[in-house]
Every structure is written in C-alpha cells, then in structure tokens.
Design a protein around this ligand. Structure first.
Ligand SMILES: [Zn+2]
Length: 167
C-alpha cells in the first residue's frame, strides 16, 4: 500500500486514512486482484472453479499482452507532470514513470476551492503540465454523466482517449 500516513488527523482529509486505496490503477496489482477474486469465487462455488480460474488466466494474459503496448505509448511522457482530480493515481504513476502529485482536490475527498485551483494552475504553468485526469467516479466526468441528457456534453473538456477511439 502506498502513501500510508505516519500520523492521522483530519487536516489531511479523511478518506485515505489507511494509505492510498487506489491500488487497482497499477496493472501488476490488477493481476493480484484477479487471482484473489478467482480463488474467492472458487471457494464460494467450487463447481465453477475451472471457469473462474480460466477467466482470471485469460484476463492476466490479456493484461500481460497490453502492458508493453501501454508502456511504449507512455514512454515519451516519462517524468511528465499530470494533474489528477483526486489522488487516485500513485500506482499508475509509479508503473509508467509519470509524476502525478498535483490534484484539483486540496485533500482527498475535499472538493476543489477557487484558492486551491489558483495554486494548481500556477504549478501547472511552472511545470508545463497540460493534462488533467479524473476517474469515472471521482471527478467532473462523474457529475456530468448524471445530468439530464440535454445537459450532457456541454463545455470544452475533451476526454482522452476520446470515447470513439476504442481502448
Ligand atoms: Zn481516494
């Protein structure tokens, strides 16, 4: 577990108290999770054990095929600063050599404030950061998806990769 705090107090925000829980952002961790899920499901329903294990193996094989492709795609960006909406990316950043240590949330779980955003914008300019990432459940895209259909897709934000690009 990354970012396990050495001391706990509310000033740090209160949702990463046991360390950063977003471990599934690291592809190697997804392999561990898949194995644990297959084992747990196999214990719960032993007659389907072969199916659970085969599915896990297929997932792991596909991940191992794609990992070098993702590494190659991200290699030119090693050392680049990327801004996260939420501090959900340390495992991903470590795996691909990215620097994701600026966040729109001032602390995990605390919504962005204008004063904090001014600081982030200034740091982004200084560090030539041009990309902001947000997970589907933790960020502006989550809120947008819950608006009424006629309100969706307004504004200039462009998701990357774009939804029609596959992947
Ligand atoms: Zn979190």
């Amino acid at each position: 577990m990354l970012e396990v705090p050495t001391s706990l107090d509310r000033s740090r925000g209160d949702i990463h108290a046991a360390g950063n829980p977003h471990f599934s952002g690291g592809p190697a961790n997804a392999i561990i999770v898949a194995r644990h899920l297959a084992d747990a499901l196999s214990r719960l329903e032993p007659k389907s054990r072969e199916v659970f294990q085969a599915n896990a193996q297929r997932f792991i094989a596909e991940l191992n095929t794609r990992l070098p492709q993702w590494e190659a795609k991200l290699a030119p960006y090693k050392g680049q600063t990327i801004v996260g909406y939420h501090n959900a990316w340390p495992y991903f950043a470590n795996r691909f050599g990215l620097v994701i240590d600026l966040f729109l949330e001032p602390k995990p779980g605390i919504p962005p404030t204008p004063a904090h955003l001014v600081e982030v914008i200034s740091a982004m300019r200084e560090r030539k950061a041009k990309v902001i990432i947000a997970g589907p459940l933790l960020g502006p895209s989550h809120r947008r998806d819950h608006r009424r259909p006629h309100q969706r897709n307004r504004g200039g934000r462009q998701p990357f990769p774009r939804r029609n690009q596959g992947n």
